[in-house]
Design a protein around this ligand. Structure first.
Ligand code: WT7
Length: 653
């Protein structure tokens, strides 16, 4: 069914050519693909010149011990210098780096000169606290400017940071502190979320009572909300007390290109979190290049906004390192999109004249659910490029995004990448590619990706299989922190000499790549492989559906039966005929084999804090099992709500 189904989803053959003016002035043109194809390493060596090196690299890639890559290994540089100081030296000290918008409405703009001063002072403060090159620093913070400053200060002194998302529990924090053997934790009293202060410091206090965290000698605390905090004399230090009194100049030291820059934990589906290790020169080269190319950034005129949390890789690469290395002006927003009203994001776009917006499909679908009239109240005409990342974006959501946010004029770039890849890998280029709703389309210049079958043979156009990366890339993970064997087993064992990303994908008749979700999520129904993503896309293409999550539940007749959970669009009624109507709709779109056996309208879906649907829990519900681990859920009451709906919702053939 799969090939026709894609064609069906695209039955109107929608393609959007790049706007002529954008194409004419694009940072990167089609020629880059040719150049990179002719000489991939030469192409990346050229991109490394985007950076300012203390010692220029002569070597590009050392792949003598695969899959342990070294990029630009004989070069030296300082990441913070590249993201801050050099812009000031180039006369751009007065350019705004960060427009901070607090959730309560407080604001602060930091220029590159401000950033240089604060990063320098924070670097001195860390040194005073005994942090040395190579020591790990855990960062557990809300979305405030000090978080960016803290990351850059760590980079400046060569102390790898491990940012732990502020929504994680004390347990999750303790596990990560222990695994990285962190010496200092940077946190705040709290941050503002959903209209009220939300504490962070108590989770740090609790985490540091757990065995294995004894090496943490200092906790640096930013005052954000002013709420009461417990104080551990001799361990806890207020940020303003130690940072503000430091000298405003700091000489950055140059580090080897392969010096560790950060560890970022990714949970994966099972087992203990993996500490993904990224290093300095290759990482910064790729995030800088991709941010310049994929968003066509014109730093003198664009206002860029990535809505991700800094605790995810998107925040690392496309709030901190990519944009700042390019001298961008960007928005940093602390809170949630619906506080105090559902138009908050659009109000921010209007206020700062945001021209490039980068967000996730889950957020786009939430906005679709809230209704078209909400963004329509704001002036969004400053927008010129929209980006998406994090999961497959259904064609319907893609088209909605372009139409209701982008005024039917902006290109939408659907960017596929992972914590492990460090930077973007597969995406259209806004001035080059005729975009197709729902497809990430083509590997970037210098990136080699394809789709293979079980035996590692490349599949022909029009067929599906596993997404693999066939050549090393500069911002690739170097290993899993402290566990080289797990690095080999997880990514390099399934196919020889190929990095297996864990995603299913297919190539359409033009050779464009469509991501189909994690391979663990593929369903087997009466001998057919059906992707959860495709059924979800078919459901969301119905005008009454805002969001859908699909799982395969064990079934005596068909091996697995398709069970769908749907959120209806604002206003749609959950009447008698609706479930039948939706089932018929999917059957028409994808064929009868893909018709869900059950469809349950629900108010919310269980999601991880990064917005990914937790299908494992939905499978538990669909199979009438007790729920598994719910600790990484954003909101655990969601599952109770879903379970109470279950008995009445069954719909059998
Ligand atoms: C997984 C990586 C990349 C930063 C945020 C997520 C899925 C990501 C897309 C996309 C389809 C996507 C994949 C990937 N994913 N972007 N544009 N289209 N799927 O980072 O938490 O490491 O997750 O997210 O399944 O493997 P992450």
């Amino acid at each position: 069914m799969s090939n026709e189904s894609l064609a069906n989803l695209l039955r109107e053959e929608r393609r959007f050519a790049p706007p002529a003016e954008l194409a004419a002035n694009a940072n990167v043109t089609a020629e880059a693909y040719e150049r990179a194809k002719a000489d991939r390493l030469g192409f990346w060596a050229e991109q490394a010149h985007r950076l300012t090196w203390a010692t220029e690299p002569n070597e590009t890639l050392d792949w003598s011990n695969p899959p342990f890559a070294k990029w630009f290994a004989d070069g030296k540089l300082n990441v913070a210098y590249n993201c801050v100081d050099r812009h000031v030296e180039n006369g751009l000290g007065d350019r705004v780096a960060l427009h901070f918008e607090g959730e309560p409405g407080d604001t602060r703009s930091l220029t590159y000169a401000d950033l240089q001063r604060e990063v320098s002072q924070a670097a001195h403060a860390l040194t005073e606290l005994g942090v040395q090159t190579g020591d790990r620093v855990a960062i557990y913070m809300p979305m405030i400017p000090e978080t960016v400053v803290a990351m850059l200060a760590c980079a400046r002194i060569g102390a790898p940071h491990s940012v732990v998302f502020g929504g994680f529990s004390a347990d999750a924090l303790a596990t990560r502190i222990k695994d990285a053997d962190a010496r200092v934790v940077i946190t705040s009293d709290g941050g503002y979320r959903r209209g009220k202060p939300s504490a962070l410091k108590p989770a740090v206090d609790e985490a540091l009572t757990r065995p294995g965290t004894e090496d943490v000698r200092s906790v640096l605390v930013v005052r954000r909300t002013g709420q009461d905090v417990e104080w551990h004399e001799g361990r806890d230090v207020w940020w303003h007390e130690i940072v503000d009194r430091q000298p405003e100049q700091h000489t950055p030291e140059a580090f080897d290109a392969e010096h560790p820059l950060f560890i970022l934990y990714t949970s994966g589906t099972t087992g203990k979190p993996k500490g993904i290790l990224h290093t300095t020169g290759g990482y910064l080269t790729q995030v800088s290049y991709t941010h310049h190319a994929v968003f066509d950034l014109k730093p003198e005129s664009d206002v860029y906004w990535c809505t991700a949390d800094v605790g995810w890789v998107t925040g690392h690469s496309y709030i901190v390192y990519g944009p700042l290395s390019n001298g961008a002006t960007e928005v940093l927003y602390e809170g949630t999109p619906d506080t105090p009203h559902q138009g908050r994001w659009w109000e921010i776009v209007q206020k700062y004249g945001v021209s490039i917006l980068y967000t996730a499909p889950t957020a786009i679908r939430a906005c679709m659910k809230w209704g078209d009239d909400i963004p329509a109240k704001f002036d969004l005409s400053s927008l010129r490029i929209l980006g998406s990342v994090g999961e497959p974006i259904n064609p319907e959501a893609w088209v909605w995004y372009r139409k209701h946010i982008g005024g039917d004029r902006t290109p939408v770039v659907d960017t596929w990448w992972q914590t492990e890849t460090g930077g973007m890998m597969i995406t259209p280029l806004p001035g080059v590619t005729a975009t197709k709703p729902g497809s990430a389309q083509v590997p970037l210049p210098g990136i080699s990706a394809t789709v293979v079958d079980d035996e590692a043979n490349e599949v022909p156009d029009g067929a599906g299989g596993y997404l693999v990366l066939t050549e090393p890339w500069p911002s690739m993970l170097r290993t899993i922190w402290g566990d080289d064997q797990r690095y080999l087993d997880t990514y390099w064992a399934r196919f020889e000499n190929r990095y297996f990303a864990g995603d299913g994908a297919k190539k359409d008749d033009d050779g464009d790549i469509w991501l189909l979700g994690r391979v663990d999520d593929v369903m087997l129904v009466s001998g057919h492989n059906i992707s959860t993503t495709e059924v979800e896309s078919a459901l969301v293409s119905h005008p009454k559906v805002a969001e859908a999550a699909v799982v395969g539940a064990t079934d005596p007749q068909t091996t697995q039966a398709i069970c769908a959970f749907v959120i209806l669009r604002g206003g749609a009624a959950e009447d008698e005929g609706l479930v039948e109507e939706l089932r018929a709709h999917v059957a028409k779109q994808l064929g009868p084999i893909a018709k869900p056996k059950r469809i349950l309208p629900v108010a919310e879906l269980p999601k991880t804090r990064s917005g990914k649907i937790m299908r494992r829990l939905l499978r538990d519900v669909a199979e009438n099992r007790a729920l598994g681990d719910v600790t990484t859920l954003t909101d655990s009451s969601v599952m109770e709500l879903i379970q109470t709906k279950l008995p009445s919702a069954a719909s059998e053939d």
